[in-house]
Design a protein around this ligand. Structure first.
Ligand SMILES: [Zn+2]
Length: 435
């Protein structure tokens, strides 16, 4: 007996039998060929079915690694492994003065990197390890889409796994390890898991670079810490290569990213809103889209020399989910980031609430030329507007919210790819505009 399995991953809902999707396609083709009864047969081959179960992702965190100092290390030949990746400037800490603003500290930043949302949703607002992430994590979203997927979080700074303790308790993280500031432990455990383990998503966190920065700042020892971290990344990549000898059909997305930059001039600290502390990077093995490769030179907010035109650390989770074929829940989408693979959808989404008028103005930018495609807007799961892709703004008026503070989740959707923003309104508060 064949029991159909419904996969909730991939671009479409797929129904396959226990022997796999490829068999289903081959059978269909055969029926076509014999059905035509000979003669000249010109059958278009069916579009290749992506087997997302072979799509996997590795996110490597390099705590406190400064973008410019990494570039120096690459130029000096001290980071040969990271030199092989596509590298782009990104930012952390949200947008200053908006609801997304958060400290450029590790707790808030790693939680953004593992949820795709800012602290107004995830609620990890400092490095206090009693905080528990309040948003859906990448681990949960992967497991919800396919319970057979296996995930891991192996960290040098134990607080990260404390912030995600609920995901560990609920087995959204199937393999959790705390290495207690021993980066070689992280490299060894991750390498072992990649060579011998059954795993679909791995988060690995290294902390030496940040620790050296805090104790001695930007001196040759800091560059040496970048060099030794690059070597540990090399160890992990070699393990992944060994794995691929046994699993040549697997397709791995690799992303390397820090949580924050460092304060100038010394490079000792971080946590504040300065260009240097907000500047981060994403390094990836994949060809990424315009959100990664073509930053806007003229973002609506030109603070920090136009830094906000770049991709953000919130873009990592939607990128991982896109690669793994996890289908977004479009009306209820609650991720702030933009996928860096495939279509980027709309970019630069912001919402500005007018407390007195009880309205919210949404603004966004489009990547390509408008072509009349529908663009749909949802508020808290309900469709409120359908525009076309030439539109870049929408005013949600006459909100029936009571006096006081309310949060409204907006999802703007183009080509089935959503981006979300959690607006905050303080209705009835006269003559003040909250971003
Ligand atoms: Zn630090």
């Amino acid at each position: 007996m064949i029991i159909p399995l419904h996969f909730h991953i991939g671009g479409n809902m797929l129904t396959v039998n226990g022997r796999g999707k490829r068999l289903a396609v081959a059978t269909l083709t055969t029926v076509f060929l014999y059905g035509c009864g000979g003669g000249e047969i010109n059958v278009d081959p069916p579009a290749p079915v992506v087997d997302y179960s072979k799509h996997k992702a590795l996110v490597i965190g390099v705590d406190g690694m400064q973008y410019e100092k990494l570039q120096e290390a690459i130029a000096a030949g001290q980071a040969p492994n990271l030199a092989r990746f596509h590298l782009a400037k990104t930012y952390g800490g949200g947008i200053v003065g908006s609801v997304t603003e958060q400290v450029t500290s590790s707790g808030a930043s790693w939680t953004t990197i593992l949820t795709g949302v800012w602290a107004n949703r995830h609620k990890v607002t400092s490095n206090d390890d009693r905080f528990r992430n309040q948003a859906d994590s990448v681990f949960k979203l992967i497991k919800d889409a396919d319970a057979r997927r296996r995930t891991a979080s192996i960290v040098s700074w134990n607080t990260i796994n404390n912030n995600f303790a609920r995901d560990i308790d609920l087995r959204h993280i199937t393999h959790a390890e705390k290495c207690s500031e021993d980066d070689q432990c992280v490299a060894d455990k991750v390498s072992g898991l990649l060579v011998f383990g059954d795993v679909d998503f791995v988060f690995a966190h290294f902390d030496d670079v940040d620790n050296v920065g805090h104790s001695v700042g930007f001196v040759p020892a800091y560059q040496a810490a970048i060099q030794s971290t690059d070597a540990r990344i090399g160890q992990v990549l070699a393990a992944l290569q060994r794995r691929q000898q046994n699993h040549p059909d697997e397709d791995w997305l690799i992303i390397v990213t820090p949580d924050h930059g460092r304060s100038l001039p010394g490079g000792f600290g971080h946590g504040s809103q300065t260009l240097s502390e907000k500047t981060t990077f994403i390094a990836t093995n994949k060809e990424a889209n315009a959100q990664f490769n073509s930053p806007f030179k003229d973002p609506a907010d030109m603070a920090f020399n136009g830094l906000y035109g770049n991709a953000t650390q919130a873009d990592i989770v939607p990128t991982v989910l896109t690669h793994l074929g996890v289908k977004p829940d479009v009306p209820n989408y609650r991720i702030d980031g933009v996928p860096l693979l495939g279509q980027p959808s709309v970019r630069q989404l912001t919402a500005r609430a007018d407390d007195e008028a009880r309205s919210v103005t949404l603004q966004w930018r489009n990547s390509g030329q408008p072509s009349g495609k529908p663009l749909t807007i949802y508020r808290d799961g309900k469709q409120i507007a359908q525009l076309d892709d030439a539109a870049t703004t929408y005013i949600d008026q006459g909100l029936g919210v009571p006096d006081g503070v309310a949060e409204l989740n907006y999802s703007v959707v183009l080509d089935q790819i959503p981006v979300a923003y959690l607006a905050r309104i303080n209705a009835g508060k006269p003559a003040q505009v909250n971003p």
